[in-house]
Structures are given as structure tokens and as C-alpha cells.
Design a protein around this ligand. Sequence first.
Ligand SMILES: Nc1ncnc2c1ncn2[C@@H]1O[C@H](COP(=O)(O)OP(=O)(O)OP(=O)(O)O)[C@@H](O)[C@H]1O
Length: 270
Amino acid sequence: MTTTDPAQIDRPEDDRLISIRGATLAYPTASGEPVQALDPIDLDVAKQAFVSLVGPSGCGKSTLLKILAGLLRQSKGDVTLSGTPLSGPSPHVGVVFQQPVLLPWLTILNNVLLPIRVQKRDVDQYRERARELLSMVGLDGFESRYPSELSGGMQQRVGIVRALVPDPEILLMDEPFGALDALTREQLNDDLQTIWAEQRKTVFFITHSIPEAVYLSDRVLVMSERPGRIVGDFTVDLPRRRTLDDVATPAFAELTSQIRHLLNAKGGID
Ligand SMILES: Nc1ncnc2c1ncn2[C@@H]1O[C@H](COP(=O)(O)OP(=O)(O)OP(=O)(O)O)[C@@H](O)[C@H]1O
């Protein structure tokens, strides 16, 4: 089933992990005229769902992600995680940005263990998990290397592992593959499917690529031009695990075309 009307989506209330009600955000500016980035957002995300968000440049996607990361507070409305109001960065939430920003003087293993140290948890308890996750994304044998010895795609894998090591329930990803070449991006999409299948995280993923959103997601949300609001909510019911062969199917093409039409009607994607 696909629909472009978020109100028509019928989901059980008890599997909600993220709940946003009437959230808006206005940035204060030096001129005194605030920038209204988000119009009221109402959104529920179920546990273990993979949800992507697409929308025109500057429409407010990162703003919404930063609210979920606890880095920004909404001007109005409520944001809850498992029913608890969000009041700042949470250990239940991991974030991956477009640039992994690894510390050059730390080894790969120590980079991915950094959140554990910052959260003052027992590092020894997470070392094995860190090694396993590095192995899952093909970085076996790189634990003692330094970031400068890794390619851009490998560094981004490290960024993803760093977010996963503390075992957060939610993974927020802001255009994580936007800076990578097409082939590396395809490989990382595949890695991300593995991670999602094995780690069962709830993923909120921002991308400028409609095919990438459809390929990875259970749901694709479409945001309007700024001030952003959710104007479309598409269910992706293509079977998993997906492969690049699925991209060539009529069902895939039909869904990407529907999303593209809605986006073009709401201001385009870039
Ligand atoms: N700190 C800030 N102060 C003032 N305005 C801001 C600030 N951060 C973002 N904005 C504005 O808010 C709007 C939404 O920005 P945001 O980064 O959320 O958009 P986006 O959809 O993620 O964009 P893109 O797709 O280009 O990354 C933009 O018009 C931007 O200029």
C-alpha cells in the first residue's frame, strides 16, 4: 500500500518509539526576523522501522533530525521517545552525519569506543562489540590503524560503527553517503541493510536520493519547501532483503516515480 496522505496511515499505537506532535522550530537571527524552519510536524515512527525523509534543499530535514538528536529544542510541540519527553542528547540515540569527523590521533578502535568513554561506561565491556561491528562492515584488521590510512567510504563505515557501539535504539543518519562515489554508496547501502537486519535498530535516514530512500526503507516521508512539513508518507512493501536487481523492477520504478511527482509538486529535491 502507498499513500501520500500521512493521516491515512493506520499503525498500532503501542509500537511507537518516536512520537512528534505539533513540533515547530524557528531559528532566531541577528536581524531579529526568525527563520521558520519547521511548520507543525506530527509523526510517529514504529520500533525497528527504517524511515527515510526526502525534501527540497533547505526545507528543514536536518533541523528535524537535530531535534530528534536532542541537539535542538523544538519551539512548540512535543517530542517523545517511548513516551518520555526528549530533553537533550540521549544514550538511546546514535547519530551519523555526512562527514564522520574521526579523531586523527586515535586508532579506529579507540575512535569507535569514544562515545563509551564520553558516556563514562566501562570500555572493556564494549571492546568485543566494537570489534564485531567493525568486522560486520568489512573492517577486520583495521582496528589499530589511524583514520588517515582509510578511504572515505571506510571512514564513513567507522562513523556508523561508532554510533552503533553504545547499542542505541535509534540511529539518526543525515545524508550519511552524500559525499561518497556511486559504487561506494551502493556498498554502504548494502552494509546498512545488514546492520539494520542484524541489529534491529530504528533508523531515521535523510537522503537526497529517492532511489536510495526506496531501496533502504519501510517508509519514505516527503517534506515540503521551508517551512517544512510532512506532505507525503509512502509505505515501501518491496520484499527484503533487497538487491540491485530490485531497483530495475516495475514496482520500484512506480514508487520512485510517485515520490518524485509529489516532490516536484512541492518544490523539487534540490
Ligand atoms: N542556525 C541557523 N540559524 C538560522 N537559520 C538556520 C540555521 N540552521 C538552518 N537554518 C535555516 O533553516 C532552514 C532549514 O535548514 P536545514 O538545514 O534543516 O535544511 P535541510 O532540509 O536539511 O537542507 P539540505 O537538504 O540543504 O541539507 C534553511 O533555510 C536554513 O537556512
